[in-house]
Design a protein around this ligand. Structure first.
Ligand code: KIV
Length: 311
């Protein structure tokens, strides 16, 4: 008799059953994202940084799962995104990929992993795609070298998402994390950058921290989707960093940017849960013998006890 094999991934106390082929939903592609754009349906993006957050993004049917380098200063506690290496990114990309079967997965090329040469950018992108099994990369900026690199990546089959406006990897040259496009010269530069990014073949552009009217103008002029973060409601889609979106950071220690809307309060819920757990352990309300414990047959225990006590 052939026994059915029950596949499961064991992770501490959670057993995750793999989905049956009958319920298989194919992963979103860039064509699907462009279909949403053409149909005027807003594109949803959330970042995620590990298996657990990625699984939530997948189960919530978010269109694009971005492994943003914001993982550096959120999940990993670094000072800024520039501390993140390509190998650390790959480690997290792999974990996100294991948790998500339906979203298009895009990962940032971290600071220092693409600027030296086109060869370096190609190697970094291939590393993330081949070993991390993702579908596209995101690159910040639009200077001459970056545009050439993007063209090259697209030509060898690497889909690229652009990123304009506030580009956190350049916060040192930008003088901090400031709203961009506030004067007409800077706004014009952002618009030109977006036109050049589009020409270079990016499939979408993240617009970060720019005035609503500028993102609206750019969105209306481009024929690829714009994805806003702090860029107002007129973009083709929106992205938020998952720790902001779910309220995972201590609100008393962290500044919450104006453009963030927290949809949950994970931090406070987490603290409350941990405090209740500690209190239950101290007062011996957890674990309870019958509710949380495992039983052994009386005769087996008697046998064990007899032998153990004779040692
Ligand atoms: O790193 C990131 O999370 C990002 C988003 C802010 C778009 O690039």
């Amino acid at each position: 008799m052939i026994r059915p094999i029950r596949l499961s991934i064991r992770s501490f106390s959670i057993t995750t059953k793999l989905k049956s082929s009958y319920t298989h939903v194919p992963r979103k592609t860039i064509s699907d994202i462009h279909e949403l754009y053409k149909s005027n349906i807003p594109i949803t993006i959330s970042t995620s940084h590990d298996y657990i957050t990625s699984k939530m993004v997948d189960d919530a049917d978010i269109d694009i799962n971005l492994v943003g380098d914001s993982l550096a200063n959120t999940t990993l506690g670094y000072q800024d995104t520039n501390e993140l290496t390509i190998d650390e990114m790959l480690y997290h990309v792999k974990s996100v990929q294991r948790g998500n079967s339906k979203s298009l997965i895009v990962a940032d090329l971290p600071f220092g992993s693409f600027e030296k040469s086109q060869k370096q950018a190609i190697e970094s992108a291939i590393k993330l795609i081949q070993l991390g099994k993702i579908q596209a990369v995101k690159l910040e900026g639009a200077n001459e070298d970056t545009l050439k690199t993007i063209k090259k990546l697209v030509s060898i089959g690497v889909p690229v998402m652009g990123h304009s406006g506030l580009t956190p990897q350049k916060h040192n040259t930008m003088g901090g994390y400031k709203i961009q496009g506030k004067d007409s010269e800077n706004a014009l530069q952002i618009y030109k950058d977006c036109l050049n990014l589009q020409k270079s073949g990016v499939f979408a552009i993240v617009l970060e921290c720019i005035p609503n009217k500028i993102s609206k103008f750019i969105t209306e002029k481009l024929n690829i989707p714009t994805i806003g973060i702090g860029a107002g409601p007129y973009c083709s889609g929106q992205v938020l960093v998952i720790s902001d979106l779910l309220g995972m950071k201590n609100p008393e220690e962290n500044h919450i940017a104006k453009f963030v809307k927290p949809y949950a309060n994970f931090y406070n819920l987490g603290i409350e849960g941990l405090k209740n757990y500690k209190n239950d352990v101290i007062t011996k309300k957890f674990p309870l013998a019958d509710e949380h414990g495992y039983k052994i047959k009386k005769e087996v225990y008697e046998q064990f006890k007899k032998e153990a006590e004779s040692i």
